[in-house]
Design a protein around this ligand. Sequence first.
Ligand SMILES: Cc1cc2nc3c(=O)[nH]c(=O)nc-3n(C[C@H](O)[C@H](O)[C@H](O)COP(=O)(O)OP(=O)(O)OC[C@H]3O[C@@H](n4cnc5c(N)ncnc54)[C@H](O)[C@@H]3O)c2cc1C
Length: 386
Amino acid sequence: MHFGLTDEQEMIVSTVRSFVENEIYPHETLVERTGEVPAEIAQEIKQKCIDLGFYASNFPESVGGPGLSHVDFALVERELGRGSMALTHFFGRPQNILMACKGDQIDKYLMPAVRGEKMDALAMTEPDAGSDVRGMKCTATREGGDWVINGSKHFISGAEHADFVIVFVATGVDETPRGPKKRITCFLVDRGTPGFEIARGYNSVSHRGYKNSILYFDNCRLSDAQVLGDVDGGFDVMNEWLYATRITVATNSVGRARRVFDHALSYAAERKQFGQPIGKFQGVSFQIADMITEIDAADLLTLSAAWRLDQGLPANREIASAKVYASEMLARVTDRALQIHGGMGLMDELPIERFWRDARVERIWDGTSEIQRHIISRDLFRPLGA
Ligand SMILES: Cc1cc2nc3c(=O)[nH]c(=O)nc-3n(C[C@H](O)[C@H](O)[C@H](O)COP(=O)(O)OP(=O)(O)OC[C@H]3O[C@@H](n4cnc5c(N)ncnc54)[C@H](O)[C@@H]3O)c2cc1C
């Protein structure tokens, strides 16, 4: 067992960390105050990331990505987690489900996405179907050789900037002994396709400036060429390419927790009450001790799940454990950091209240904590036939 990073991994960490500190941190206050990322800043981040060779860092060399291992990519995401998501979004990591592109789709979607010429978004969630993905009501029906899509999606991150959206819709229902089960198909839908509208979403307390959109499909006609994977094979492409993405929430959470921790540690060392630094009071120092212990535990859990992916070992339960533990750890760490800052922790003079707000969504998106616990417990009970 070897817990150290290689020289190359140390370089990845220091390169991405200095990128985040120099290219992301300086714009964070502006994004927080306005809720917007100015187009020129977005373009600058994207271009610098391309120049650095880190754009599409989740893609293999065979399609023009840097070909990082899962552990290397986890290290990239961990450092990116320190920065505002609204800004790090432009340190582009297209959805790796695009690796399922075939034929003309490769030149139309996959390659431009990896080169940073086109941006994507992924749409699964609907107003009436969140955790229960199969409950989706958005449908595609056959009409004269085309597919006709009707319905809506909501909470879709990054759709505002997307040139195309990867959309999951129901294409039929199977009767099974356990009741009706919807068949799902994945489509690639270009912005501007008639009958497809990307509308402004909701305002969220977490990650200001990282917007979500509502998508409307009103008799939107698509050809077979727009199907990603196989017809009715939406769950297959989802399982093949999306199950590992939950690890990103865990890695981001660890990175952000380390940033918050550094603030809390310095504040506890500098802030004096009753004639001494508050860190000298056991009530504070023990919180600091618990924070770093939990951060390190989440880091190891996350990197070991990534390592399992690199070894080709089953990692579904381990990824779920990393996601649930790291996102809940972040909530505890940001809450404690805020407490250590006292009243100033709540003021927008300091970034602490932002970290505290931003932490909230990590337990919800990419599968809630409850759904992760289902995955973990199902994995444990299945071999026992329970
Ligand atoms: C800011 C933001 C951005 C997002 N971006 C995207 C995106 O880009 N693309 C996309 O497709 N989706 C996106 N999502 C959707 C996200 O993945 C869902 O919000 C999430 O899966 C939960 O669905 P829901 O919000 O409908 O909650 P629900 O599924 O309605 O759940 C409500 C509550 O019930 C609990 N619950 C549900 N079922 C069970 C169960 N079986 N057992 C125990 N508890 C249960 C949940 O854990 C939760 O606490 C985003 C969400 C947010 C908030």
